[in-house]
Write a protein that binds this ligand. Structure first.
Ligand SMILES: [Zn+2]
Length: 455
């Protein structure tokens, strides 16, 4: 068998990997793990326009680990270029992916129009994508063809997220998708690997250790109290899926137990509002660390101060409300979305604060701010940064070095003979690879884009 890497090879986004195996009849089969979009750069001239590097019509099955655009964003392009087989994902993932891909379609169309390039796919390709989706349960045996069996396992990264194992040719290959942080208060923990010969593993935070989970409530409380003191605006850029819901959960707990304040808290993101509704709908897939009966409103994602601003006029009206106030808005990497308008308005004032709670890819405004930029360019305007900028790693939806290392050690049997590191910055991968070679004494490979490896 062999594996080739068609995205997220030497970078974080664009997750897309292809496994070639021989089935029980001796026929060559190809399965794909994820089909994500490259992010942090505009569509114009980006790698999203590249050919996949294989013929999509020859693929036998596609497995999607979770709904984030960097894992699903090129699915309609795959369909457009001829893929007609099943796209396997969990039920909540299918609902969330629909939100993500519809949003991505509009962003892509606007980008393409702006720079006069062609779109990656048309609306009918998007419609067709969801016709090919097959919803699967965790631990369901998915026999694609005799001798090739896949299974989804809990990844604890977002609602409905999975890592995927494929058994073929007497070996087991595991694809991590994105592996969640430890003890996330609203998600089940990542399931341990029972056995694996080869693992394709993400490495977003393979080079660092997060603050312990308990500290995030305290850091958030400090930020809210700080903004009340300065009578400023607290901006929290958040990914619509997971980060927003964890944040709402955390604020809900703080307001119920530790913090007495009536300052308005705006959820200024249509996608986050819709994703939160899906978190409510699929709550049987979540695992709260406190019983829901302890909640006065029986809902962990809402509280009296919360204002959901779905429409553009509602969003614009936030500016008219006197500080202190809190605005949660997308996009999480500050590469577009409503947060940009808030950054323009509030970054120049030292009373305000920007709280970064997620990974910031190279090339994004978020990354510049995270690295301490004193000036940023937003919509052709030079914006001075006087607001306080802080980051909380414990909100990360990705496991850190310790978590990933623990996960890579199977419960039974030997450590995997080969580990491929994907989905990470080059420096993160190098540090993590060295660490793993030492800790697990196995072969660790940092694969190259579109290159194939025999396993
Ligand atoms: Zn993800």
């Amino acid at each position: 068998m062999n594996i080739s890497f068609h995205g997220a090879a030497r970078e974080v986004t664009g997750s897309c990997h292809r496994l070639q195996v021989t089935d029980a009849r001796g026929v060559q089969r190809q399965v794909m793990f994820d089909c994500g979009m490259f992010q942090g750069e505009y569509m114009c001239g980006s790698k999203n326009q590249d050919e996949f590097g294989f013929d999509p019509s020859t693929i036998d099955a596609v497995f999607i680990s979770h709904p984030h655009a960097d894992h699903t964003g090129r699915l309609p392009k795959l369909i457009k270029e001829g893929y007609r087989g099943a796209i396997y994902m969990t039920e909540p993932c299918a609902s969330l992916a629909k939100l993500v891909l519809e949003d991505a379609y509009h962003v892509m169309k606007e980008d393409a129009e702006r720079c006069g390039s062609s779109v990656l796919y048309e609306l009918e390709d998007l419609t067709l994508t969801f016709k090919q989706v097959q919803k699967v349960s965790y631990h369901q045996q998915i026999e694609i063809v005799p001798g090739v069996v896949a299974m989804f396992h809990e990844a604890g990264h977002v609602l409905g997220s999975a890592y995927i194992s494929v058994d073929a040719e007497g070996k087991r290959v595991v694809f991590s998708g994105d592996i969640g942080n430890d003890d996330v208060p609203i998600l089940p923990n990542t399931e341990a690997i029972s056995h694996a010969d080869v693992v394709i593993c993400e490495s977003t935070y393979g080079h660092r250790e997060h603050e312990p989970m308990e500290t995030r409530g305290k850091l958030l409380k400090d930020a809210i109290e700080g903004i009340i003191r300065t009578r400023g605006v607290l901006m929290i850029p958040a990914f619509s899926i997971e980060r927003t819901q964890e944040l709402l959960f955390e604020i809900d707990r703080l307001l119920l137990h530790e913090l007495q304040t009536k300052i308005p808290i705006y959820l200024d993101s249509p996608m986050a509002i819709k994703a939160t509704a899906l978190y409510r709908q699929f709550k049987q897939y979540l695992r709260f660390d406190v019983p829901i009966t302890s909640e006065p409103d029986q809902d962990f994602f809402s509280f009296p101060n919360l204002r959901e601003t779905l429409t553009v006029p509602e969003s614009k009206s936030i500016a008219d409300v006197a500080a202190p106030k809190i605005v949660i808005a997308g996009s999480g990497m500050m590469s577009g979305g409503r947060i940009m308008h808030h950054l323009i308005r509030y970054l120049p004032d030292a009373k305000n604060q920007l709280l970064i709670i997620g990974y910031q890819a190279h090339g994004t405004i978020g990354r510049q701010l995270f690295e301490g930029a004193k000036k940023v360019r937003i919509f052709r305007q030079e914006i001075e940064v006087h607001a306080k900028v802080e980051a909380i790693g414990a909100f990360s939806a990705h496991g850190d070095m310790n978590k990933l290392t623990r996960w890579l050690k199977p419960e039974e049997g030997p450590v995997p003979t080969k580990i491929f590191l994907v989905h990470g910055d080059p420096e993160s991968k190098e540090v993590f690879a060295t660490h793993l070679r030492h800790a697990l004494r196995t072969e660790v490979i940092i694969p190259e884009y579109k290159k194939s490896y025999e396993v």
